[in-house]
Structure formats: C-alpha cells, structure tokens
Ligand binder design. Structure first.
Ligand SMILES: [Zn+2]
Length: 481
C-alpha cells in the first residue's frame, strides 16, 4: 500500500458499509485512500475538516459501493464469443471447440484478447477478476494494460489440454506474478491454477498443494464441471473429483476456489471446509455448457460460494447483475421442473394445482435467503473478496483494496431507489456508474468510466485484437469465406 499519489478522501451521504450483523448499511461516510488501499472509513453526518494535503471529492447523495468482484473468468475467451453456435454446446464445448482454438494462441494474442474482456468487465462495474487461463504473464500484462485488478492463475495441465508441455513455464509464470511488486501496485495477485481434476495428474496436484503452501497462495481450479471429468476421475482413481482432491491432500492446506461443481454429492460437500474452501457458481455459463449447479444445497451445507460469469464464449456477457437475478429466481425455476408441475401438465385439476402451489411456497422458503439483495451482493463483493490471503476487497473498510463504484441514483435504471441494495442486485444499472476506482485509481479519470469505450486506449486495443482474431481464424481455416 505504498502511497503512489496524494491521500484521497471520498465523501458521500450514501455509502454501502459492512454492518455489525454481517449485513450492509447505507450511511454517510468519509473514505480515506492511500496508494491502493482504504486506510480509514469515518461514519460522519457533517463534513469535518479534511486531512492536510488530501484531495477531497464530495459525491453528495451519489451511492458509493464496493466494485464488483468476478470470481471466475477467462477474459481472453471473449474472442470466441458466438463461435460455434448452439450446436457447439451439445457435447463438451471445452474439449470439442475451445482446445483447438487455444492450441493456436500466442501469449501476445492472449494479452490482446484479455484487454477487450477487461474493458467489458470495467464497464460492467467489475474492478477485480479471478482470471484463469493459458498465456502465463501475458494474462497479468493484459489486465494491467487496462487498469483492471485481479488474481491471475496461469492454467496448469499435464494430462490433457492445450497446456500439456507447458507446465513448468506456467508454474514459473505463477511465481513471477506472485513476486512482482509492480503488478501488486496495480492490484494484481497470483494463484495456482490447476485446470481440472481430470487434466492434472496426482503428482502435479501434490506439487501444486506444496507450492501454494510455500508461497501463501490460493488454488483456483475447475472441479466436477462435466460428466467427462467425473468419468475420467472415477476410472482413474475410483472416486469423485472432490474425493481425488482429498486423496492427494489438496483439500488439507491452502485456500481453494472450486468452480462449477455440477457433479458434487452431499458427501463431497462434507469433505470441504468452509474456512478455506469457496465454491464458484456461474449460472448463465453453466446453462450453456451443462446445467445449473445446486448452489442452494451448498448454502445448506454451510459452504461459502461466489457468483461469476465464466467466459464470454459461454455466457455471453461479463455482467454479474443478471447472474444475481438468476440466483434469486431459482426458486421459481425449481417449481417449473418439479414432479408436481409435470403431474399438473398431464392431469390439470384443483388438487394438482394445489400441489404446484405447495411446491412453490416450499421453494420460496428454501430459497428465501438466496433471494435477498444483501446475500446476492455478498456473492460478488466480500465473499470473492476474501478468498486470497494476501488481499481483502469487496468491502469498504480499512485495509481493503480501494475498488469502488460511484452510482448516479437519478439514472432511470435506479429510480426511485426505494432500496439501494435491491437496485444493484436485481437491476441493470451499470450505465448509472459515473466513476470507478480500481486499486486507488479512477478508471478513465473522475466521472469518466462511461467514456472509456470511446477513448484512444480502447480503440488501439480493439484494432490489435481485431487483427489477431482475424489471423487466428484464418490460420485455423475458420475465417469468413
Ligand atoms: Zn472456467
């Protein structure tokens, strides 16, 4: 948290702060920022003298919140958005389509594609991403080019996939990112990134666990994301993907983010430790490449979980707000696919209608907490902001990374804002973001977030990404005919 500019004081009558009950309150506050970090939060009703030399910004009744944290992305895969169409998702789209494209990518391609995904993220109010991909340090450089912060996990594979043969380089890149003070100054950190339980050998899983413990880094991996993964692990080890992680000792040590979890049993959930293990739920991506995981069951098992988009190739957007609405709406979907509703479809009478209504009210009770705005926002604020032992974010409190959003409550998408948290959890309000701060710096300058897609940096990034995407598709014979 070295001071890389003057002390900043941000004031507003409406700041979303953590409450003593573990919830949020909206209250007047003055936030002091030094370097990349929030150093003080004073809850104040009346303006008080500012610190000598501090640059003061008073946002009046604008709403100040943490910036969103996207707990699982592959930003470079924005370049594949829309490729293959619906038919590509019939089988295993990762293995059938993406691996072919990824084998042809250079680190410079990846850096160029990451930038475009990063700009889309910033415009969606995302100030921090958990990135996982091929390309080593090019991933971190692509983030740094745009000002987006995050945790970068170079993909590790040694059994299957485009990363086979590059394991040592990816491990070296991970250590290099972890030790880079210049990346740290931009809010960029490292994680170990084993790809999945079926593409990484037992020996490498043990190596990953050792390195994570030695460097104090978390592990970020896909776990139980497909039938193919489950099948291979079952045939190789006679257990489930989580069972394999338990057998290899990976679950015993470092923090771990386990993403997707489509094929997780209740016994698997009991093997996880809520103090170190966080599950990653990517609703719209899972709907495309598989089906929605049972996140309500994860909550019932007492496990923390974050909400993420995954990649634009299987989503197709980097906006977290729509994901939260789907989490909230899961209670209604469960009734649509219940045996009670199927019986009603074939035999509509009053008893069957009553049974459907009974299911609906039971589903409402089961999912009630998941639909509250504070719970939804915690999935994209402090939950994914607490997964890395070296950085805290997703909250406005001393010691947290200074990642903030300033929202205009007069914007039509937020009016009349009876409940500020509901407006953010259930709305499409990103056009109301006036200013965004990432690691202590305003993206596009104060009040300039909405203009970044019209600025020269983005234009240059797009020109390079367009050229590299055209070349990539031509190399693979996928270009326009
Ligand atoms: Zn993924």
């Amino acid at each position: 948290m070295a001071a890389n500019g003057p002390t900043l004081e941000l004031r507003s009558q409406r700041v979303v702060l953590p409450s003593a009950s573990g919830d949020y309150v909206v209250a007047p506050a003055c936030i002091t920022i030094e370097g990349t970090t929030i150093t003080a939060v004073d809850r104040v009703n009346d303006p008080r003298p500012s610190s000598p030399g501090a640059a003061v910004h008073d946002f009046g009744d604008r709403l100040l919140t943490p910036a969103f944290v996207n707990g699982h992305v592959h930003l470079a895969m924005s370049a594949f958005r829309g490729l293959g169409g619906v038919e590509a998702t019939r089988g295993n789209v990762v293995e059938d389509l993406y691996y072919t494209l990824e084998r042809a990518l250079s680190p410079a391609d990846i850096r160029a594609f990451v930038r475009v995904g990063a700009y889309e993220s910033l415009l969606a109010g995302v100030g921090f991403v958990w990135e996982h991909y091929y390309g080593g340090t090019a991933l971190a450089e692509g983030l740094a080019d745009t000002g987006l912060a995050g945790v970068v996990a170079p993909t590790l594979q040694d059994l299957e996939g485009p990363g086979v043969g590059g394991l040592d380089d990816a491990l070296a890149a991970t250590e290099s990112i972890a030790h880079s003070s210049s990346l740290r100054e931009q809010g960029i950190y490292a994680a170990l990134g084993p790809h999945a339980t079926d593409t990484v050998s037992d020996r490498t899983w043990r190596q990953v666990a050792d390195i994570a413990a030695r460097l104090g880094l978390p592990i970020h991996a896909h776990v139980a994301q497909s039938f193919e993964e489950f099948n291979r692990v079952w045939e190789r080890a006679g257990t489930t993907p989580v069972g394999l992680l338990a057998q290899t000792g990976v679950l015993a040590g470092s923090n771990m983010l386990l993403v997707h979890g489509l094929y997780l049993s209740k016994a698997d959930l009991e093997r996880l430790d809520p103090s170190r293990h966080t599950l990653g739920f990517c609703p719209f991506s899972q709907l495309q490449f598989g089906f929605c995981a049972d996140a309500a069951g994860w909550s019932e098992a007492g496990l923390p979980w974050c909400v993420a988009t995954d990649c634009a190739a299987s989503n197709d957007s980097m906006n977290l707000q729509k994901e939260l609405r789907l989490v909230a709406g899961d209670r209604g979907l469960s009734t649509r696919y219940s045996p009670a509703f199927n019986r009603f479809l074939t035999t509509a009478n009053l008893d069957q209608a009553r049974a459907v209504q009974h299911h609906r009210s039971q589903a409402f009770t089961r999912h009630r907490q998941l639909a509250t705005p504070a719970f939804l926002l915690s999935r994209v604020w402090d939950c994914p902001g607490s997964m890395h032992p070296q950085v805290k974010l997703g909250t406005i409190e001393p010691g947290a990374l200074a990642n903030l959003l300033v929202w205009d409550p007069q914007h039509p998408s937020m009016w009349p804002m009876h409940d500020p948290l509901a407006a953010l959890a259930m709305g499409d309000t990103c056009a109301a973001i006036e200013s965004m701060m990432v690691a202590g710096r305003f993206i596009g300058g104060l009040g300039g977030l909405q203009q970044i897609a019209r600025g020269p940096d983005y234009r240059d990034a797009r020109v390079e990404a367009d050229r590299r995407l055209r070349d990539l598709l031509e190399r693979l014979g996928l270009g326009p005919r």
